[in-house]
Write a protein that binds this ligand. Structure first.
Ligand code: NDP
Length: 515
């Protein structure tokens, strides 16, 4: 905290300049509906480290090339709505060229390299990512709207960690699957979303390359810049041409890529609706497919939980990355006997969250990624109010331009409300109460999704019991949103299938044959 504008003791009258926070009781003793009167001096991260070019081409066969019809689209800074760069809009002919480049590299160079040689390239990429981490973090925050402290401390280090981890597997494929021979699948088509642009790239490219495949990757249209900077890093690492190809363009180009007849493996992260279209589009083509789709995770707090710790976990669960997280803890299930206390503590904590400039090191919640996503969040929050839920938003000031949304907490939510059923993908938490563990399990599993869940309790035996009965691919206990490259991640039901991370994440890029 850089400066405290007014010294206010708990219980003392709050200056008139301090905005009201919506009439909530405040257990810090500030009085009814009063925000904490702290102000932070700006602490902006410098943009100087990044050079954003006016135009970016496609990265195909190791070269930066324009699209075959010369068309481009604009990527903007969601915190200011200002244009950042013109990006090549790939055509179907470009998709074909990229897949050919990947095929040639797979059969002539990369696929023939021994694992230990592939590992050297992956280690080099990991090292370069670390060396250039500030550049990647700043660019990620500018293009996506996420706070710099998250791109700096989570996205970029985890992306590097994935390359380190899979580099370690590249020369051990002969031992990873006892009794089986592991062979690469060939060319992988990878389509990734905008919420973790660089990290999703790493999740996709690192295991594919370690296993001996080559890739054509399409980033989301609102966040192409770190993928294109990664193209530069591939050149710096002397990666053989065609091993990594990056094409940019709209969803239909993603579809042209995954359905291309010379693609062997498809990996997609994004919405369930598009995942379904991809599964239909490639049905019968004999391609391997992994889908990592949406979620509506329950974060369950029992009456014996460490409440202050749980509050931090709830905040991290839903307000991390503006709630634009597939595994976000968007449904808070709280045991009825502690609901009032927990909600009061949560409201206190929400009044300290700083929303604003993604490049400010103090910012907790940055900009929503796009106008379309902001509209979707706004629409669902209005639906929550119309259906009868009680809305709470802290009185934080939002910047005058850009796509920002206040951290939002709903109480009195019925399971039938849209805000309890649909993936909002924004900083919006819906609270539902329960009385018994049975009821918690039933409510938690009452969703078409099955990606993640959280459990907060003092009892180890209860954790083990709950974990067994949750229909979710990842279950965190007394923590939330913890990621590690060694740990498999993926869902059930409409959250998709297949696993990324760990050995299962490597296996998804391999064909296992009998010795
Ligand atoms: P999409 O699923 O549309 O986008 C994800 C990726 O798929 C992008 O690269 C996109 O390209 C591409 N894509 C879009 N349509 C197709 C298609 N028909 N065939 C192949 N690829 C395609 O997500 P949205 O950006 O539209 O977000 C909508 C909602 O999806 C969000 O509100 C959120 O609920 C959910 N979502 C979930 C994510 C997750 O991690 N589980 C991630 C992102 C969104 P382009 O960007 O060019 O459209």
């Amino acid at each position: 905290m850089a400066a405290m504008a007014t010294e206010t003791k708990p219980g003392a009258a709050v200056p008139a300049t301090v905005p009201k926070n919506g009439g909530a009781p405040n257990s810090w003793g500030l009085g009814d509906g009063q925000a904490i009167p702290w102000e932070y001096a700006p602490a902006p991260e410098s943009r100087e480290i990044v050079t954003i070019r006016e135009r970016y081409g496609l990265f195909v066969g190791g070269k930066d090339v324009a699209s075959s019809d010369g068309l481009t689209f604009t990527t903007i800074d969601p915190s200011t709505e200002e244009p950042l760069a013109e990006i090549a809009r790939a055509t179907e002919a470009d998709v074909d060229t990229a897949v050919r480049a990947a095929r040639q590299a797979q059969s002539k160079s990369w696929g023939k390299l021994p694992g230990r040689e592939r590992a050297k390239y992956l280690f080099r990429i990991a090292r370069l990512l670390q060396e250039r981490s500030r550049e990647f973090a700043v660019l990620e925050s500018i293009d996506s709207g996420k706070p710099i402290k998250e791109s700096r401390d989570v996205d970029v280090p985890l992306a590097a960690a994935h390359f380190w981890y899979y580099a370690g597997w590249a020369d051990k494929l002969d031992y990873a699957f006892p009794g089986r021979v592991a062979k690469p699948l060939g060319v992988a088509a990878q389509v990734i979303p905008w919420n973790f642009p660089l990290l999703m790239l790493a999740w996709k490219i690192a295991p594919a390359l370690a296993a001996g495949n080559t890739v054509v990757l399409k980033p989301a249209s609102t966040t192409p810049l770190t993928a294109l900077l990664f193209a530069d890093l591939c050149r710096q690492a002397d990666l053989p041409p065609g091993v990594v190809n990056i094409i940019t363009g709209p969803g239909e180009i993603g579809m042209a890529l995954v359905t291309h007849p010379d693609v062997d493996k498809v990996a997609f992260t994004g919405s369930t609706a598009v995942g379904r279209k991809i599964a239909q589009g490639i049905a019968g083509q004999g391609k391997a497919l992994t889908l990592e789709l949406g979620g509506k995770a329950a974060n369950i707090v029992f009456d014996d939980a460490p409440l202050d710790q749980a509050v931090e976990g709830i905040v991290n669960g839903i307000y991390f990355n503006q709630g634009e997280v597939c595994c976000a803890g968007s449904r808070l299930l709280v045991q009825e006997s502690i609901a009032d206390l927990l909600i009061a503590k949560l409201k206190d904590r929400l009044s300290t969250i700083r929303v604003g400039d993604p490049l400010d090191k103090n910012t907790d919640v940055g900009a929503i990624n796009s106008r379309a996503q902001l509209d979707k969040i706004t629409e669902l929050v209005a639906a929550g109010v119309a259906e009868g839920a009680e809305l709470y938003q802290p009185a934080c000031e939002l910047p005058g331009r850009g796509f920002f949304f206040r951290p939002t907490l709903f109480t009195n939510v019925a399971q039938s409300y849209r805000i309890a059923r649909e993936e909002i993908f924004g900083p919006v938490l819906s609270t539902i109460t329960f009385r018994t563990p049975e009821e918690a399990i039933e409510k938690a599993n009452n969703t078409p999704y099955g990606l993640s869940a959280g459990i907060w309790t003092d009892k180890g035996s209860r954790i083990l019991m709950m974990v067994k009965r949750m229909k979710a691919g990842v279950v965190w206990a007394n923590t939330f949103n913890k990621f590690d490259p060694t740990s498999p991640f993926g869902g059930y039901k409409e959250s998709g299938y297949g696993r990324e991370g760990g050995l299962p994440g490597l296996q998804a890029y391999l064909r296992l044959e009998d010795r």
